[in-house]
Design a protein around this ligand. Structure first.
Ligand code: GDP
Ligand code: MN
Length: 309
């Protein structure tokens, strides 16, 4: 990744209070983790951090999802990390397979080209299933029905940056077709300014990294998002290109939500290789031990903060 200097300074944000949180109403919320059996030890590290810093006080449940059955070993080692409830879900095959409208030979030859061009995960079919699942299906898993909100966690544990253009060559063109077809779905006070420098003519590649995401499931369950996902899915870019769930979620949030409904969790320090977010203004109050100087420069966050606040 070519690292550019951060061009927009982050404005001073209101400091959140960490006191008196016990009086707030408990949300119907869950940690959602898409994970393979072999990731158990990295997962335990993420869970340990979450439990120590946050969840030992709240005991929000965990839902683990996998395209294969979880082993007893996985269940034993993960449930031992928390007092909270843990649930284990198998992903239905139709949420993790190549749909019949996809030309598989074309998809394979595009994957080969991307692999040869050294595009990250360019040659991986399973990565494409992962991105498609996180874009269009995780929220439809029946074990999520009882929840309103989710917090996505990955093995290994607020980052936004620019997407690799080679992975999403026709994504924006497709989004524009969708916007033209369904103008009624586009929110008026939206955050288009976050994802476009020219009022929607072109995509600036900014997206929130979806490996950390706290969200309202009703956004993804909404008619407009389901139509949006279906529209993208039929264009085939999850397979012919390598559309990531991060730009898909980010574009949808920018178009379908009011600016103010997008929240930057500045107060949560977070690292996902190779980048990290270390709270700058409030690192003392939040007792963070990260070094704010390690914050990465290749970030859209300054832009987001200026758009949303
Ligand atoms: P990156 O963050 O884009 O580099 O991709 P990751 O390899 O971290 O994958 C994103 C998330 O999907 C992580 O939570 C992985 O554990 C999970 N994941 C990726 N591929 C698979 C897969 O084939 N099966 C399952 N069950 N989970 C996967
Ligand atoms: Mn990851």
């Amino acid at each position: 990744v070519e690292v550019k200097q951060k061009s927009v300074e982050i404005k001073q944000l209101p400091v959140v209070s960490t006191k008196n949180t016990t009086h707030t109403k408990r949300a119907k919320a869950v940690f959602v983790v898409l994970v393979r059996n072999r990731d158990i030890h990295d997962l335990r590290a993420s869970m340990r951090e979450l439990e120590d810093r946050f969840n030992h006080k709240y005991n929000y449940p965990y839902l683990f999802l996998n395209d294969e059955e979880f082993t007893d070993e996985f269940k034993r080692l993960s449930s031992a990390m928390t007092k909270a409830k843990t649930e284990y879900g198998l992903i239905p095959e139709e949420h993790w397979s190549v749909p019949d409208w996809i030309d598989i030979d074309r998809a394979r030859s595009e994957m080969k080209k991307m692999e040869e061009a050294d595009v990250i995960y360019g040659g991986s079919e399973s990565y494409r299933h992962m991105c498609r699942f996180e874009s269009g299906f995780f929220f439809r898993h029946p074990l999520l029905d009882k929840y309103d909100y989710y917090w996505r966690v990955e093995p290994g544990f607020t980052v936004s940056l620019y997407e690799y253009e080679e992975t999403i060559k026709t994504l924006w063109k497709t989004v524009r077709e969708f916007m033209k077809k369904y103008p009624e779905y586009i929110e008026k006070d939206n955050a288009m300014d976050f994802i476009s420098y020219d009022q929607g003519e072109t995509y600036n590649l900014c997206h929130f990294w979806s490996n950390f995401e706290i969200g309202d499931l009703n956004l993804w369950r909404s008619e407009r998002y389901l139509k949006f996902f279906d529209f993208l899915d039929h264009k085939g870019g999850f397979f012919y290109e390598r559309w990531g769930d991060a730009p898909v979620h980010s574009i949808a949030a920018a178009l379908f939500l009011k600016k103010k409904e997008i929240h930057f969790f500045n107060e949560i320090g977070y690292k996902h290789e190779p980048f990290m977010h270390c709270p700058v203004e409030m690192n003392l109050q939040m007792k963070c031990h990260c070094n704010p100087q390690d914050n990465f420069g290749y970030s859209c966050t300054g832009r987001l903060v200026n758009v949303a606040w």
